[in-house]
Design a protein around this ligand. Structure first.
Ligand SMILES: [Zn+2]
Length: 328
């Protein structure tokens, strides 16, 4: 972890703010609507819980190397609604996911066609709050084809859509993603347009879509820039996430940015909206997301098992909340 350093950006921070992160955010609850926990460790879960992250959404994505069979997609989706959801619960974090065929792998059209047949089997499972992350990577015809098919699925299932916008030629990709969704008759507020920056935010907000920002070191957005964006655009329909994954990323990006916003004079209510409430409102239309499930803290007992396995390995001592009546 980065200690007390709150800045997340590509360059050396000019004037490091020395703030006690946990002290600053101790009364706050956070919802990280985009994080790939499959790639993260139990230490991350523990640090996230300590920093006030009460719930997360894990979008289905590219695993860093291309899959060679639809079966591995099936197992991956199953783990998002199964083992990973359970693993999060063992740290007191409520886990939701979005299911979809990512843009990169849409280009393997033979495989993509098989994956499309799997998707309907998962969309109505417990904890699935949308279709995602889908959209454009290289902006190819195959990507567009599978994006359109998945928008149709979302329309039929009345689910929110989590849209990945491309790193290259971002503005064009973002505009196309929104135009195509409107063409298919989806409501703008059914889509969460992700990985925005200063170049795209205005177009997204003015069309009535949700604008998500990924605070990710070196590439997407630093959190000092994020503070400036909230100062300029306010908090309506804006949310932030970490998109932490197998790359150099920061699973505490949301609480760190909240602390930085506080230090920079953003109001508590605006911080609450962009780090918690807006994501809940956006994904609640799935009917699967009830804040009561994470506002009231579930008791943690790490001896619990999922399909016969717990998060503990031989001889490890479990974390059991003090209020638990179990004596071991
Ligand atoms: Zn992602």
């Amino acid at each position: 972890m980065c200690g007390n350093q709150l800045f997340i950006n590509g360059e050396d921070a000019v004037s490091p703010l020395s703030v006690d992160l946990l002290e600053t955010v101790k009364e706050m609850n956070f919802f990280d609507p985009h994080i790939h926990m499959t790639s993260r460790t139990t230490d991350d879960y523990q640090a996230m819980a300590d920093a006030g992250i009460v719930a997360i959404i894990e979008p289905a994505f590219w695993l860093g190397q291309p899959r060679t069979s639809a079966h591995t997609f099936k197992d991956y989706y199953s783990s998002l609604i199964g083992w990973e959801r359970f693993r999060a619960s063992q740290f007191g974090i409520k886990h939701y996911c979005t299911i979809g065929l990512n843009a990169k792998e849409a280009n393997n059209t033979a495989l993509a066609a098989q994956v499309m047949e799997l998707l309907p089997l998962f969309l109505h499972k417990e904890g699935v709050v949308g279709i995602g992350e889908i959209g454009f990577d290289d902006q190819t015809a195959a990507e567009e084809h599978y994006y359109r098919l998945q928008l149709e699925l979302a329309k039929k299932a009345r689910l929110p859509v989590q849209v990945h916008t491309p790193h290259r030629d971002k503005k064009r990709g973002t505009l196309r993603s929104m135009e195509i969704a409107l063409e298919h008759g989806l409501a703008p507020d059914q889509l969460i347009i992700d990985h925005n920056n200063e170049e795209t935010v205005e177009e997204v907000l003015s069309r009535g879509f949700w604008a998500a920002f990924t605070i990710y070191p070196f590439t997407k957005m630093g959190n000092e820039r994020m503070v400036e964006l909230v100062k300029r655009y306010g908090a309506a329909r804006i949310m932030i996430n970490s998109a932490a994954d197998w790359g150099i990323s920061d699973p505490l990006a949301v609480p760190k940015t909240a602390a930085l916003m506080k230090a920079k004079g953003i109001s508590d209510e605006e911080i609450r909206l962009v780090t918690y409430q807006n994501a809940i409102t956006a994904f609640a239309r799935s009917g699967q997301l009830d804040p009561q499930d994470f506002v009231v803290k579930a008791k943690v007992d790490q001896r619990e098992k999922f399909a016969g396995n717990s998060v503990l390995r031989g001889g490890q001592q479990p974390r059991i909340d003090k209020s638990s009546i179990i004596i071991s």
